[in-house]
Structures are given as structure tokens and as C-alpha cells.
Design a protein around this ligand. Structure first.
Ligand code: 1GP
Length: 252
């Protein structure tokens, strides 16, 4: 198994104005028995990638979850690790997240030092990602676990400067997240401002519950839209959300 070229595909899609739709699978939340429906819908809807991870994984189901997905479809699996224990060679790639909205040194560089030798040996494609938590109206798991404060959702200038700094430091993706299950998804204004101020692909997620909101954020400049909770609750939403995101392609 070799390294994938997922990053290059994201850059190419961005240049062409094409939008990508990602389903977040939290190995703890999706009971493996229920995965069949999600996987079948994901194939039918043309889901581009799976993100696999959660703030905590308490059931040690990561490897089984990755194996089950691989048995049933060819959609690439990208690790979205909540900590450095959530690593597996069974995935295709990893978001190597630096939590640039926070000031917790472990999540800016500390855990990366621990994970680096493992990742160097692994077949995973490593994608350095500036991860930005934006206030989403509740104390989500990621806020508690990361011990950081999110960027206030009305402070667009802070979000823009943080994203620009991440890009200037050489990070290759930006991920703005309101946190899983956030009551308020990221406002269009911040997506527009951050997207307008940076060149690298922009991932947006957290609290997106409708196809309209997914479409709106993609039109505002998100290159990748991530949905987890809404699809865990209702797998049938997956198809309309994927259609909305893919339909948000910018035609010049
Ligand atoms: C969280 O962006 C993801 O990290 C997805 O959030 O579960 O609210 O869709 P939801």
C-alpha cells in the first residue's frame, strides 16, 4: 500500500471550483451494525471521503471501523484524530492537525512530536492542517478535551489572521470547526472572509444539519464540507447533503 494523492485532488478540485463532501464517522457513535446503511448511502451519494475520529474513542473500535469501511467501499478514509492514540495504518491519510485557534502547546506541536516517528514509517498520506475552533454556541467535547477557547463567531478578523498565519507557516489545509453537534454552525461571513484571504483548501464543519446550510457554506468558499451528527441521526440526509455540496460548484 502506497501513499495516496488526496491532497493533490483537493487542490485540483479547489482550482476547478469543485466542492467535496465528507462524512465524519466517529467509531464510538456509529454502532458497527448500523454502518451498512451509512456506507451504502455514501456510495450512492458519491461521498468523496470519510473522516474517521472523535474527541475520545472509548471502545477501541478504530481498526474494526476502518476494516468494515474498506470491505464495503472504496471511499478514501482520512484519520481526524482527537489525540495521538487515534492512529492506524488501516486508513489512507491523516489530517495532521495543529490547533492554531488555541494556545495549548501539546495540540500545537507536542502531540505531533510523539506521533512523527509512527507517521514517518506508516503508509499514511500526512496532510498538515491548521485546525480552528469557532464558537458554536455550546461547550462541545473538543473544547473540553482541548482545553482551549474557540474564536468568537463574530470576530471574523481573528479568524482571518489565524488562518493567514497558518498558511504562512506552511500548513496545507485549513479546517474551521464549530465542534461536533454544535447548535450553531459556522456563519457564512467567516467562511467567506477566511476563504477570500487564503489560498489553501478550506474545510468547514460542525453543526451542519441541513442541505441548505451545507450548500450555503460551500458557496461562501468552503472547499470541503464535513457532516457527522446529522447523518448519524438520519442516514437518509446524506444523499441530499452530498447533492447540495456537489451542486455548489462555482461555474465561472
Ligand atoms: C466535527 O466538523 C465535524 O468535528 C462534524 O460536526 O458532527 O456537528 O456534523 P457535526
Amino acid at each position: 500500500m502506497g501513499k495516496t494523492d488526496i491532497y493533490d485532488s483537493l487542490v485540483k478540485a479547489k482550482k476547478e471550483g469543485k466542492k467535496k463532501f465528507v462524512v465524519l464517522i466517529d467509531p464510538d457513535k456509529v454502532r458497527l451494525g448500523n454502518m451498512d446503511k451509512v456506507l451504502q448511502n455514501a456510495v450512492d451519494a458519491g461521498v468523496d471521503y470519510f473522516f474517521i475520529g472523535g474527541s475520545l474513542i472509548v471502545n477501541n473500535m478504530l481498526d474494526q471501523c476502518l476494516e468494515q469501511i474498506k470491505e464495503q467501499c472504496h471511499i478514501p478514509m482520512i484519520l481526524f484524530p482527537g489525540n495521538s492514540l487515534q492512529l492506524s495504518w488501516k486508513a489512507d491519510a491523516i489530517l495532521f492537525l495543529s490547533l492554531i485557534s488555541g494556545r495549548n502547546p501539546d495540540l500545537l506541536i507536542g502531540n505531533h512530536v510523539i506521533a512523527a516517528p509512527y507517521l514517518k514509517l506508516s503508509p499514511l498520506e500526512v496532510m498538515p492542517t491548521g485546525y480552528m475552533l469557532i464558537e458554536g454556541g455550546a461547550s462541545t467535547s473538543v473544547l473540553y478535551m482541548s482545553n482551549t477557547r474557540p474564536i468568537p463567531s463574530q470576530k471574523e478578523d481573528i479568524a482571518v489572521c489565524t488562518a493567514m498565519a497558518g498558511e504562512m507557516l506552511g500548513l496545507r489545509l485549513l479546517y474551521m470547526d464549530a465542534g461536533s453537534g454544535a447548535p450553531n454552525p459556522i456563519p457564512v461571513g467567516i467562511v467567506e472572509s477566511v476563504s477570500g484571504a487564503t489560498e489553501i483548501p478550506l474545510i468547514v464543519g460542525g453543526g451542519i444539519r441541513t442541505a441548505e446550510k451545507a450548500w450555503e457554506n460551500a458557496r461562501a468558499g468552503a472547499d470541503v464540507i464535513v457532516v457527522g451528527t446529522a447523518i448519524e441521526k438520519d442516514p437518509s440526509l446524506l444523499i441530499e447533503m452530498a447533492d447540495a455540496v456537489h451542486g455548489a460548484q462555482k461555474v465561472e
